[in-house]
Design a binder for this molecule. Sequence first.
Ligand SMILES: [Zn+2]
Ligand SMILES: [Zn+2]
Length: 93
Amino acid sequence: MGHLVDFRCPYCRYEEKDVAVGHGRAAVPFLKLFSCPSCHSFGSCWIEEGKIPRCSWCYHDAVTLVADDAPGLACPKCGEPAKLNHRPDDTWA
Ligand SMILES: [Zn+2]
Ligand SMILES: [Zn+2]
């Protein structure tokens, strides 16, 4: 079951809330977290077999995928370490 994640950077205050990750009722496709070096955004994108994952904001195809349970990542806007707040009780499907 997928869950929701909140991203928040304490340095530049960039935030993204209610980002869905994981899979719903079907095993595929599923949502994976990414940071996009092209438009400097964080989000989740659909992973489908045979398809290149694309930024859900700018559709750039060179996104950096982030582990589903990662505790944080470098902020795509300012590069400082930012936290991910996983909300395992907030599921989607
Ligand atoms: Zn930042
Ligand atoms: Zn992008």
